[in-house]
Design a protein around this ligand. Sequence first.
Ligand SMILES: [Zn+2]
Length: 219
Amino acid sequence: MPYLQSFRGYPTVLNLFRNNNFDLGNGTQAVFGEISRLNHACVPNAQGNFNASLGSFTIHAVRPIEADEEITLSYLVEHGALSASRQSRLTDHYGFLCDCPACDMGSERGRKGEERRTRMQARLHEHAEGVAKRELPDLVAELEVMLEMVQMYEAEGIAGRELATMCLAVAELAAKVGRRDQVLEFSEKALRIDSDSVGTDSNLFHESLARVQAIGTSV
Ligand SMILES: [Zn+2]
């Protein structure tokens, strides 16, 4: 059985993380004159999303940006990937090799990040093997691995909607296993990151809010 299909639950979670910056929803892609000039970084300081309520593509900072710092977006769909996989996707789809700090294996920052991502990949494989052996899903094990992913993203400095979506998934899993403190912590965190990433006037934020409200009524 292919690896992803054997990983019960994870394909859905993985799909949730996908964050195609230039996807307008329902598969429509667009190119914007100004926004399309923003360069890629694997750990970007801003994020672009289509705001359906405004009918506009918006850019939000996902962390404080220095006055002379370049504003960057990520063209990737998965931010936890290893450098080789990121480079191959960027080369295939955009025709360039990334030389951002996360890709600089000559620096401690680049090497440390790669080690963190490698450990996380190994952990996901280990979890997938456990899932394949079990008759029933182990929600606590899934929650633990999700928490580790959140920690890895935070250690890497990856913010934005992908992290918000992970936090929402953590809150939903925590509700299922009765961890009320984590439900509160991660619901709040998801909404905070999401409002920074897409803006509270975005339909995407309202979708996250509805998910948090649904958790609230199920705990
Ligand atoms: Zn890079």
